[in-house]
Design a protein around this ligand. Structure first.
Ligand SMILES: Nc1ncnc2c1ncn2[C@@H]1O[C@H](COP(=O)(O)OP(=O)(O)OP(=O)(O)O)[C@@H](O)[C@H]1O
Ligand SMILES: [Mg+2]
Length: 421
């Protein structure tokens, strides 16, 4: 580590420690507030509101600690069970949900010891470098005072000024030691908080079940929507054309004796309609599982997509094997939507797609140099990507500040099968 990075780490830890001290001072009032809320919870109407508000305050405080932990690289996930359905309209259910969630009690039991540890470690982490800094600053201060009061020159070390010269190296050593120790103290405080504030094995399991329940519901919704789309496409496209083919052939049958020429013309029309129906059916089948995806895998299919775009799109891929078919298909349609958005909304001059598999996770990044400002709230496509990938525990992250650029990052945990030959 360079000395610059080292001192920056020390200064950040000191600033965080100061913040931790201020927050730790809130712990006792927050604890007392929660106890009052709990004691008054049997009071009709008001009691429930009070307990809910005080629990929100406790969770806010615990969340601040989780954010501080994240700044030193310690991830503390939120452990709370999701509200049961209908809890917002049923006060008893709401109280039961709060009281029976072990995470609530773990938060509350952390407040007092957390305050003690946070204050002690935080104050030490702030006080040592501050003391060193005083020593460093003392020299110029003392010398200038000596100059003003006694007329000593800056380089005339007698009496008090000699002591001041001593304060400089002493101060520097203490400041350096303080900056070196501050990150350790900060990490100790955070690890102590982690003991209380991170999910227990049971809570992890509950969160996982809740997550799987939502993603399963989303996957079913997505499937149902896909089926409706196929049904609609069949109904409005190929089915309508086949009906018209049937009618045209019927008409031709009736005309064949009286006006063979007109009948021939009708038959030609029917043939054209049946060809168009076939084209539509092919397109539909391609939309369900594009043949290019089956033949050439994700990389080839994305390259084919990129080539059909009006914007120059560079595709870089490093996949040493094939993905499972459902994952491949989900990621392909997600990339297709992101690229379609780029073509429709971004006004980009260039775009790029990067695909790689690292540590058991498939990562696909789609970027463009366009106008930015993408917002999943304004359409269904981006939200659909999140839902589609969610079914495989995948995620989508969007970075699209106004003025650009836009980068969509998709991550899906998955294994690669059959290495490429
Ligand atoms: N690459 C991009 N560059 C700039 N803006 C974008 C980009 N992608 C999306 N957007 C903005 O984000 C909004 C939401 O995109 P989303 O795909 O969810 O919906 P949509 O494309 O408008 O409609 P659809 O539901 O048909 O996909 C878009 O309306 C557009 O304004
Ligand atoms: Mg879209």
């Amino acid at each position: 580590m360079t000395s610059q990075a080292w001192s920056r780490g020390g200064v950040t830890a000191v600033v965080d420690s100061l913040l931790a001290v201020v927050l730790a001072m809130l712990n006792v009032p927050v604890f007392l507030l929660w106890v009052i809320g709990l004691l008054l919870s049997p009071v009709p109407v008001l009691g429930v509101e009070l307990l809910t508000v005080t629990t929100v305050v406790v969770r806010w405080r615990a969340d601040r600690e989780r954010v501080l932990a994240g700044r030193v690289g310690v991830l503390i996930r939120r452990p709370y069970s999701p509200a049961p359905p209908g809890a917002e309209n049923d006060s008893h259910r709401q109280v039961r949900w709060i009281i029976t969630d072990p995470a609530t009690w773990r938060d509350v039991s952390w407040l007092l010891p957390g305050a003690l540890i946070g204050l002690v470690l935080g104050l030490i982490a702030v006080a040592i470098p501050l003391y060193g800094l005083c020593g460093v600053l003392l020299l110029p201060l003392w010398l200038s005072l000596a100059d003003v009061w006694f007329g000593y020159g800056l380089f005339w070390p007698t009496g008090n000024t000699a002591e001041a010269w001593l304060a400089l190296p002493q101060g520097l050593v203490i400041l350096g030691a303080g900056l070196a120790v501050a990150p350790l103290l900060r990490t100790t405080d955070v690890l102590f908080a982690q003991l209380f504030l991170s999910p227990t094995a049971n809570a992890e399991l509950r969160l996982r079940v809740a997550h799987l329940t939502t993603t399963r519901a989303d996957a079913i919704d997505a499937q149902a929507a896909e089926l409706r789309r196929i049904e609609r496409d069949l109904h409005d496209g190929a089915q309508a054309r086949m009906v018209s083919v049937g009618m045209t052939i019927g008409l031709a049958e009736r005309l064949v004796r009286q006006d063979p020429n007109a009948a021939l013309q009708l038959l030609a029309e029917a043939r054209a309609s049946s060809t168009a129906a076939l084209v539509e059916l092919r397109q539909l089948v391609r939309g369900i599982h594009p043949p290019v995806l089956a033949e050439r895998g994700l990389e080839g299919a994305v390259r084919a997509l990129a080539m059909s775009l009006p914007v120059r799109t560079a595709v870089t891929s490093d996949l040493p094997g094939r993905l499972e078919t459902p994952v491949e298909s989900a990621v392909y349609f997600a990339v297709a939507e992101a690229l379609a958005n780029m073509g429709r909304h971004s006004r980009a001059r260039a775009a790029w797609v990067t695909i790689y598999h690292d540590g058991g996770v498939l990562v696909v990044e789609i970027g463009d140099d366009g106008v930015g400002g993408a917002d999943p709230e304004r359409g269904t496509g981006l939200a659909g990507i999140t839902r589609r990938l969610g079914a495989f525990d995948g995620t989508m992250a969007l970075a699209s500040p106004r003025g650009g650029p836009t980068v969509v990052t998709m991550e899906v945990p998955c294994v690669l099968s059959s290495p490429r030959i």
